[in-house]
Write a protein that binds this ligand. Structure first.
Ligand code: NAD
Length: 294
């Protein structure tokens, strides 16, 4: 089978490399960033000349792109996938998006005879790299079953959650919770530091106690090493929380905690941290309190 992969950055790169390593499929990649492209061609993928060229030559095309506007352009633009792929191809979007945009892209694909799965992922760069990333898939059940072996070639946990749109719903609920957890984890570390405990010891305790979370476990090493280069950029986290809050408005669900975390994110971006890791929410607390987690 011929597999195309467009967008091989922090997340798409490791997922694509696992497809190359774990299957015998011919893989062609395209990315605007030549350095990102090289991480996949070094393992044997062909470098596509453009999205259109990759789409035209593939049986299945993945995308992993930053913002909804990038997905819509690459999927439905004049030089994009729908305009250039052959009918019968399958399109799988691994990006985080809104349900409304996913459904709009699905309709554009369907008009060209292309089936679509929306398949946002969770677990960050480490789990994209070691193949334990979770994929939540929205789309037709028969299309899902047909693509399951390919999805399992780079994911430990693939869950079909309903029609196109439900993958985005699952992903946005998950990320809203994860960002609230980062904020709460930041407060706990700062509170401990202010109260005088050795924060490394506090970290060890909480990692083994009831306050533990993925967010807390991930935040400690970032805080202690002061390494905030992005695995998951704050700008992308802000996009996800914005989409989650829009979804909350659409369904009439008043949030209590998430809107406050949005204010934290806006503050972090206003301080120029948008390109840094999303764990930089901690630094907003640190700047406000004039105290660092050490
Ligand atoms: P990234 O910026 O590292 O990678 C995106 C890649 O897409 C870049 O290499 C960029 O050059 C490329 N690109 C952008 N526009 C393009 C175009 N028109 N044609 C071809 N290539 C293009 O972002 P990322 O962190 O890998 O995130 C990708 C998606 O995955 C986002 O939707 C994000 O919300 C989601 N996500 C990220 C994480 C994470 O931890 N980083 C976790 C889960 C989900």
């Amino acid at each position: 089978m011929k597999v195309g992969f467009i967008g091989v950055g922090n997340m798409g790169g490791p997922m694509c490399r696992n497809i190359i390593r774990n299957t015998n499929h011919q893989v062609a990649v395209f990315d605007l960033n030549p350095d990102a492209l090289a991480t996949c061609t070094a393992l044997g993928a062909a470098a596509g000349a453009s999205t259109a060229a990759v789409a035209a030559a593939s049986d299945v095309v993945f995308t992993s792109l930053p913002m909804p506007k990038h997905v819509e352009e690459v999927a439905l633009g004049a030089e994009g996938i729908a305009a250039n792929a052959r009918p019968g191809m399958v399109y799988i979007d691994l990006s985080t998006n809104s349900a409304a945009i996913a459904r709009r892209v699905q309709a554009g694909m369907a008009a060209k005879g292309i089936a679509m799965l929306e398949a946002p992922v969770s677990g960050g760069v480490p789990r994209a790299t070691d193949g334990t990333i979770v994929i939540m898939v929205g789309g037709d059940a028969a299309v899902f079953e047909a693509q399951l072996p390919l999805l399992k070639s780079f994911s430990k946990e693939v869950i079909h959650v309903g029609e196109v749109g439900m993958g985005s719903v699952a992903k946005l609920c998950n990320n809203m919770l994860a960002f609230c957890n980062i904020a709460a984890a930041s407060e706990a570390l700062l509170l401990g530091a202010a109260a005088g405990i050795d924060v490394h010891k506090l970290y060890d305790v909480i990692c083994n106690a009831s306050g533990n979370s993925d967010a807390f476990r991930g935040l400690g090493p970032k805080a202690f090493s002061r390494d905030f280069k992005p695995g998951f950029a704050l700008d992308l986290a802000h996009k996800d929380l914005r989409l989650a809050l829009e979804m909350a408005d659409e369904v009439g669900m008043p949030g209590m905690i998430a809107p406050q975390v949005m204010t934290l994110m806006r503050t972090a971006r206003a301080h120029g941290m948008g390109g840094d890791d999303s764990s930089s929410l901690l630094r907003v607390y640190e700047q406000a309190l004039g105290r660092a987690v050490r």
